[in-house]
Design a binder for this molecule. Structure first.
Ligand SMILES: [Ca+2]
Length: 251
């Protein structure tokens, strides 16, 4: 059988070949968008049960969501200096894909800062699996949403329009990047960047939702506002109507 390996002199068997093949595979995995999933309008992660809903970093915490008993959430704990020194979680499955084709203009999240330090939350989109080594185009929230220590549950909105995000790595345009997202990251950072800032903090998140464009997805938006309004009475947070339209922040 003819070998698939294009360089016969190198071969693809033995330690060298295996190592080289692994290296090529690793580089390819970093360069090629994963597209394990296709993001869709209105999709919603609620962390029911022990699953992390495809999110990496953090743990599933039973009965820790905004609804209390029976409502699970994802908790991130950062110690400020080790590999777990930052508040960051990321998704490379159902949150990868074409955000522009899907008509998504913001990410809505329930958050609860149970730690002792205030947080500045941002979303970051990348066309590769990792921002390291300068690979890929990455866009981050220009304006962070502050979530104070001891906040209780709040609903926040992170708009992702072309004027809401800033390129923090790479050279690709906004449309190309948001049209081929491989990784969505949620993190704390003082300025827009690909990675979080070290901090001692604890953050719980729940009900991550892809919010539609105003007007074109009015029914979906109305439903989302209804959900947020229902949670509002049980938390300190509130949803600003303009914020839900992707033009301001939540408090
Ligand atoms: Ca939940």
């Amino acid at each position: 059988m003819r070998s698939w390996w294009p360089w016969p002199s190198l071969g693809h068997s033995g330690e060298f070949g295996a190592g080289l093949a692994f290296g090529v595979s690793l580089i390819a995995s970093l360069l090629i968008p994963a597209f394990a999933g296709a993001v869709t309008l209105g999709q919603h992660d609620s962390f029911s049960g022990p699953s992390l809903d495809g999110w990496s970093r953090g743990v599933a915490l039973a009965d820790a969501g905004p609804e209390g008993v029976g409502d699970d959430a994802l908790e991130m704990v950062a110690d400020g200096f080790t590999n777990n020194g930052k508040i960051v979680s990321f998704n490379q499955s159902q949150w990868s894909g074409d955000y522009l084709a899907a008509g998504i203009t913001a990410i809505m999240i329930d958050v609860n800062n149970t730690g002792a330090n205030d947080l500045l939350l941002r979303v970051v989109f990348g066309t590769t699996s990792f921002p390291r080594f300068g690979l890929g185009d990455w866009y981050a929230s220009i304006q962070a949403v502050p979530v104070m220590a001891g906040s209780g549950w709040q609903t926040i909105l992170l708009p992702i329009g072309s004027t809401d995000l800033r390129r923090v790595q790479g050279s690709g345009g906004y449309s190309d990047a948001l049209g081929s997202v491989s990784t969505l990251r949620l993190l704390h950072s003082a300025v827009p960047r690909t990675q979080g800032d070290p901090i001692v903090a604890t953050l719980r998140i729940d009900n991550i939702t892809a919010v539609p464009e105003p007007g074109t997805g009015l029914l979906v938006l109305t439903g989302l506002l209804g959900l947020a309004s229902g949670r509002r009475g049980r938390s300190q947070g509130r949803v600003d109507e303009n914020a839900a339209l992707g033009t301001a922040r939540l408090t």
